[in-house]
Design a protein around this ligand. Structure first.
Ligand code: SF4
Length: 904
C-alpha cells in the first residue's frame, strides 16, 4: 500500500507540474489530428447564443476533472472511504511532519503534582474547530466548487496554485495537530467521503466484526519486520477511519450530519445545473468546452446567467455562489421537509439521497470524456453505475443501529467464546464461528455442553469490560445496551449487576461516571503499550528515557495512563493491586451478610434470608474473581500471603466454589492447598455484630437497584427502627416505585400505622415465600417478579378441600402457613401424608399438565397457600434456562426418591 501511495502521489505531482509546462499534449487536441478522440470538434458549441472559439489545449485539467475526480467518487461507493483514505495523496502528504518527527507539542501541567510534560498537540475537544469542523469542511467544498467554475476548471496556473496551496495547508495541519487532523477537520473531500461511503461502501470491510486490531484506514506504521502497528493518537471520536459505520450511527441524529448530506445533494445539483443556466444549453457542459476555456478570469464580470434566450446582467462572480448557494439551501430544506413528513426514517432518507445523488453525479461527471468513446462502452458504464448503486441501496437500506450493535456484541462474544477453547467444531457442520450470525452464535452458546453457567458469566463479564473500556457503554447504560445479549444467553439483570460490580472491583476506573472512555483512546493506549514493549525488547528492557519521553508525547500519554500501561506491562504488579482492592470489598460483603444473620432479625427469617442469600451470591462472584487474580500470580510468594488473608476471612462459600471450577489447573498447588484447609479457629456461629452494624448494612441495601431487595431492606429496618424507616421512606415516591417497593413505602408513609407485618404486605410476602421455598430458591429476581406478578395468596379453613382427585392441575401450590395433608385412598383404608410449609403440592402433575391423582385437604384453620398459574410458570421456564435446569434437577431427584420408595 505504501508503494501505491507513492505512485499516486507522484502521478498527482506530475499532473501539477504539467499545469505549469506541457508542450506535448496540445497536439492531441488539434482539430486535424488523425486519430485522437480528444481532437477539437468542428461543431459549434453555443454559449449564451454565440459559438465558442477554441484552440488546442494541454490535457492536464481534462484528465484531472474528467477522470480523477469521478474515479474517486466511484471508489468511495464501491470500496468505502477506507481505500480512498489509504491512497489519497493529500492524506499521505499531510503525514510528512509525523514521518519526520516534527509535530507541534504542547506543555501539559499535571494539576496534582505540578509536573510538566510535552504532549502532541491535538484539536481540543471543546474548541471551535472540534464543534464546527463539518461546517468548515463543507464551506471549503462549496468554495472549491465555486472556484472551479470561476477560476480553475481550465485555468491551469490557478488550478496548480490551488493544488499547491492545498498541499501546503495539509502539511501545515499535519504539523499543527497530531493524527489525521487534515482529513478529519479540514479536508473538503471529507463530506463527500461521508456521503458516499457511510454507513459502508459496497465492498468495504466491517470493522466491528474484524478480528484484526488494525481496521479500515486507521493510522498505522509499518515496522521493520513488515508488520503493521497502530499509530492512532485518538485525534477524533468517533473516528471514521477506525469504523465508518460506528461513526455513522453515532452521528446520525446530529443536525450537522444531516446538513452535510442534504446540502451536498443540493450543491451537486446546483453545480451541474449552473452550466446550463450559464450557457443556455447542455452542449457547453457535455462537449467539455468548460475544460478548455482557459480565459476563465476574463469572464468573472461577464453575465453569469442566460435564461429564455437572454443573458442576465449578473456577473459570473456573483451568479455562481448565488446559484450554488440557492440549491444547497434547497437541498437542506427538502431533506428536512421529508424528515418532518415522517414517511421515512433519517437513515432511509440518507441512503436514498446518496443513491440519487450518485446516479445524478454520473449523468454528468466524466461524461464529456465518456461521450468520446463507443456507444457500447457508454451503455456498459451506465449499467455499472446503476447496478452498483442499486446494490448499495439494497445493502444499506436494511442496516440499522440496532443491527450494528447486535453484530458488534455478538462478535465480542464470539471472540471470548473462542478463548475458552471449547469444542465447537462438531456443531458447526464445517462452518467457522466467524461465519455465524449473532443469533446463531447465541443459540450455539446455549447448546454447548461445556459452556457452564460460570463460563457464561465469565464470557459476559469480559464483554461488559470491553464495552466499558471502549466507551461503548457506561456503568448505567450497560444494563440496557447489553439487554438483548443477556436475553439470548440467559444472564439475568442481577447477574449483570453482580458482574458489573466485579468488573468495578478489578478496574474501579471503569465504573467512574465522570471518566470518558472511547474506542479511540483504547487503541491509542494499546498502540503506546505495544511500542513500549517493542522498545524494551530491543533494548533488553533498558530503553533510553529520551525515546520513552518522545513516545509518551507522541501518544499524548497522561501520568495516570502511563501508570496503567506500566501496570499492564508487569501483570503481577497489577494483579497484586487488584487483590488489594478486592479483598476489602469481599470482607465488606461478608460483614454485611453476617450483620443480617443476627438474633435481632431472627423472627423475620424469610425476608432476612432473602437479603442474606443475595449477598452470598455476590460473595460467590467476588470470590471467583479473587481466585482468578490469584491464579495470575502463580507461584509468587505474595500469592500465598494473599491466599492466607482470604482464608482468614473464612469465606463460607469457598469449598463450593473450589469444587465447582477447575481451579487445580490454574492455582498453584501451595495456594490451593492453603485454601482447602479448614481455617483455624473456625466458629459455627456467626460473629456478633451490633444493632448499629445491622442497621447500617440495611441502609446500604436501600441503594440496591433491585426493588425487591430495597423493599426487603426497608421492611427489616422498620422492624428494628420504625422512625428511621419512616424517615427514609418519606423521601421516596410510591407512584414511581415498582410493586413490592411501592407497597412498602406506602405502608411506612401512613403516619399512625404500627410496625408492618409481612402478612400485611402481600407483594413482599409472596416474593419472600417464593425465594425461600426449595422449589424456587436461587431463582433470579427477574423470574421471581414474573412469577409473583401472576400468583395469588389463598386461605383455607380446617378440613377444607384444596385439590380433589381428577382436578386438572392448573396451578402450582406452595404451602406457606398452616398444615395440609394428601389423602391416599388405599385398599386398607385412607392414608394421610402431611405437608409442611415451604412444600409444593402436586408439582409433577402440574409440570406434566395432567390431572391430580390425590385429594389435598387443609388441616388447620388459617392454612395459606400461594397459587402460581401453570401458564405463568411455563413462561418463566421458557425465559430462564437456569430456572428450567434447576426445576429439572429438583424433579429428577424427586422422581428418584419416589422410585426408591416404591421399590422398598
Ligand atoms: S482517531 Fe486515530 S485512527 Fe482515527 S484519524 Fe485520528 S489518529 Fe487516525
Amino acid at each position: 500500500m505504501h508503494g501505491i501511495r507513492w505512485i499516486l502521489t507522484s502521478a498527482w505531482l506530475l499532473i501539477i507540474a504539467s499545469l505549469f509546462y506541457d508542450p506535448w499534449t496540445p497536439r492531441f487536441t488539434e482539430a486535424d489530428h488523425p486519430w485522437s478522440p480528444l481532437r477539437l470538434p468542428d461543431t459549434c458549441v453555443p454559449v449564451q447564443g454565440v459559438c465558442l472559439s477554441e484552440a488546442p489545449y494541454p490535457l492536464g485539467t481534462t484528465l484531472f476533472w474528467g477522470a480523477v475526480v469521478p474515479a474517486a467518487v466511484l471508489i468511495l461507493l464501491l470500496f468505502g472511504h477506507e481505500l480512498w483514505r489509504r491512497v489519497c495523496p493529500l492524506s499521505f502528504l499531510s503525514q510528512i511532519p509525523r514521518a519526520l518527527g516534527r509535530q507541534r507539542q504542547r506543555t501539559k501541567v499535571n494539576p496534582r503534582t505540578g509536573d510538566r510534560r510535552q504532549q502532541l498537540a491535538k484539536v481540543p475537544d471543546d474548541s471551535w474547530l472540534a464543534r464546527h469542523y463539518s461546517h468548515l469542511q463543507f464551506g471549503w467544498l462549496f468554495v472549491g466548487l465555486c472556484g472551479r467554475i470561476l477560476f480553475f476548471n481550465a485555468d491551469r496556473l490557478v488550478l496548480a496554485g490551488w493544488m499547491l496551496f492545498t498541499i501546503a495547508a495539509a502539511i501545515s495541519v499535519g504539523w499543527l495537530y497530531g493524527g489525521k487532523a487534515w482529513c478529519q477537520y479540514f479536508c473538503p473531500m471529507a463530506p463527500v467521503q461521508s456521503v458516499y461511503s457511510t454507513p459502508a461502501g459496497l465492498l468495504g470491510s466491517k470493522a466491528h466484526l474484524s478480528e484484526k486490531p488494525i481496521t479500515q484506514s486507521m493510522c498505522r506504521t509499518v515496522l521493520p519486520d513488515g508488520s503493521e502497528q497502530s499509530a492512532c493518537v485518538a485525534c477524533q471520536q468517533p473516528c471514521i477511519d477506525i469504523d465508518a459505520e460506528r461513526m455513522y450511527w453515532t452521528r446520525l441524529s446530529s443536525r450537522e450530519f444531516s446538513f452535510e448530506r442534504y446540502a451536498y445533494v443540493g450543491l451537486v445539483v446546483g453545480y451541474f445545473l449552473y452550466y446550463y443556466l450559464y450557457a443556455g444549453s447542455w452542449d457547453y457542459y457535455f462537449s467539455g468546452a468548460w475544460l478548455r476555456q482557459s480565459d476563465q478570469l476574463s469572464l468573472l464580470l461577464r453575465p453569469g446567467l442566460f435564461l429564455f434566450g437572454q443573458s442576465l446582467n449578473v456577473p459570473r462572480l456573483v451568479a455562481v455562489p448565488l446559484v450554488l448557494g440557492f440549491f444547497t439551501w434547497l437541498g437542506v430544506r427538502v431533506g428536512r421537509w421529508i424528515e418532518r413528513s415522517g414517511r421515512f426514517g433519517r437513515h432511509q432518507i440518507f441512503v436514498l439521497a446518496t443513491f440519487l445523488v450518485f446516479n445524478f453525479f454520473f449523468l454528468f461527471s466524466g461524461r464529456p470524456l465518456l461521450l468520446l468513446l463507443p456507444a457500447w462502452v457508454q451503455t456498459l458504464f451506465d449499467a455499472v453505475v446503476v447496478a452498483v448503486s442499486s446494490l448499495w441501496l439494497y445493502r444499506s437500506w436494511e442496516r440499522s443501529a440496532d443491527l450494528h450493535q447486535r453484530e458488534n456484541l455478538a462478535s465480542r462474544f464470539r471472540r471470548q467464546l473462542e478463548k475458552l477453547d471449547l469444542d465447537v467444531g462438531r456443531y458447526l457442520d464445517g462452518r467457522q464461528l466467524a461465519d455465524l450470525s449473532p443469533h446463531e452464535v447465541y443459540v450455539l452458546a446455549k447448546v454447548l455442553p461445556g459452556f457452564t453457567r460460570e463460563k457464561r458469566q465469565q464470557v459476559y463479564k469480559e464483554v461488559v469490560r470491553e464495552a466499558l473500556q471502549e466507551g461503548y457503554a457506561n456503568a448505567s447504560s450497560s444494563l440496557e445496551v447489553l439487554s438483548q445479549m443477556r436475553r439470548e444467553i440467559g444472564i439475568t439483570d442481577e447477574e449483570h449487576s453482580l458482574l458489573l460490580e466485579s468488573v468495578g472491583v478489578e478496574n474501579p476506573d471503569l465504573l467512574d461516571p465522570d471518566g470518558r472512555r472511547s474506542l479511540e483512546d483504547q487503541i491509542r493506549l494499546s498502540g503506546y503499550k505495544k511500542s513500549l514493549e517493542r522498545l524494551m525488547l530491543l533494548k533488553s528492557r533498558q530503553a533510553d528515557p529520551e525515546v520513552i519521553r518522545n513516545l509518551r508525547s507522541q501518544y499524548s500519554i497522561s501520568p495516570d495512563e502511563e501508570a496503567s500501561v506500566l501496570e499492564g506491562l508487569a501483570p503481577s504488579t497489577g494483579a497484586l493491586q487488584k487483590l488489594e482492592a478486592m479483598l476489602p470489598r469481599f470482607s465488606e460483603l461478608r460483614r454485611a451478610r453476617l450483620s443480617l444473620l443476627q438474633r435481632v432479625l431472627e423472627d423475620q427469617p424469610l425476608v432476612r434470608d432473602l437479603l442474606a442469600d443475595s449477598l452470598l451470591q455476590r460473595q460467590d462472584l467476588s470470590l471467583r474473581a479473587i481466585l482468578s487474580v490469584l491464579a495470575e500470580l502463580k507461584e509468587q510468594p505474595e500469592a500465598l500471603k494473599l491466599a492466607a488473608r482470604l482464608q482468614a476471612l473464612r469465606p463460607v462459600n469457598l469449598p463450593v466454589v473450589l469444587a465447582e471450577g477447575d481451579w487445580e489447573q490454574h492455582l498453584s498447588p501451595s495456594v490451593l492447598a492453603l485454601l482447602q484447609q479448614e481455617p483455624q479457629g473456625a466458629a459455627d456461629e456467626p460473629p456478633a455484630y451490633s444493632l448499629a452494624d445491622t442497621l447500617s448494612s440495611l441502609e446500604d441495601l436501600l441503594q440496591e437497584r433491585t426493588p425487591l431487595l430495597r423493599a426487603a431492606a426497608l421492611f427489616l429496618l422498620a422492624q428494628l427502627d420504625l422512625n428511621r424507616a419512616r424517615f427514609l421512606a418519606s423521601g421516596l415516591d410510591p407512584a414511581a416505585a415498582p410493586v413490592p417497593l411501592a407497597e412498602m413505602i406506602s405502608a411506612l408513609q401512613t403516619p399512625t400505622a404500627p410496625v408492618p407485618e409481612l402478612q400485611d404486605l402481600p407483594e413482599l410476602e409472596m416474593r419472600a415465600h417464593l425465594a425461600a421455598s426449595d422449589f424456587f430458591r436461587g431463582t433470579s429476581h427477574a423470574s421471581l417478579e414474573q412469577l409473583a406478578a401472576v400468583s395469588e395468596l389463598r386461605r383455607f379453613g380446617a378440613g377444607e378441600l384444596i385439590t380433589e382427585t381428577g382436578d386438572t392441575c392448573r396451578e402450582l401450590l406452595l404451602l406457606i402457613a398452616g398444615r395440609a395433608a394428601v389423602r391416599y385412598q388405599q385398599a386398607v383404608g385412607v392414608r394421610l401424608e402431611p405437608l409442611l410449609p415451604g412444600q409444593v403440592l402436586d408439582e409433577l402433575e402440574v409440570l406434566s399438565h395432567s390431572a391430580s391423582e390425590n385429594t389435598i385437604l387443609a388441616q388447620e384453620e388459617g392454612t395459606r397457600l400461594l397459587a402460581v398459574p401453570v401458564d405463568g410458570f411455563d413462561a418463566v421456564l421458557e425465559r430462564d434456562p437456569d430456572f428450567a435446569r434447576r426445576v429439572l434437577q429438583l424433579e429428577s431427584r424427586h422422581l428418584q426418591s419416589l422410585m426408591q420408595s416404591l421399590h422398598s
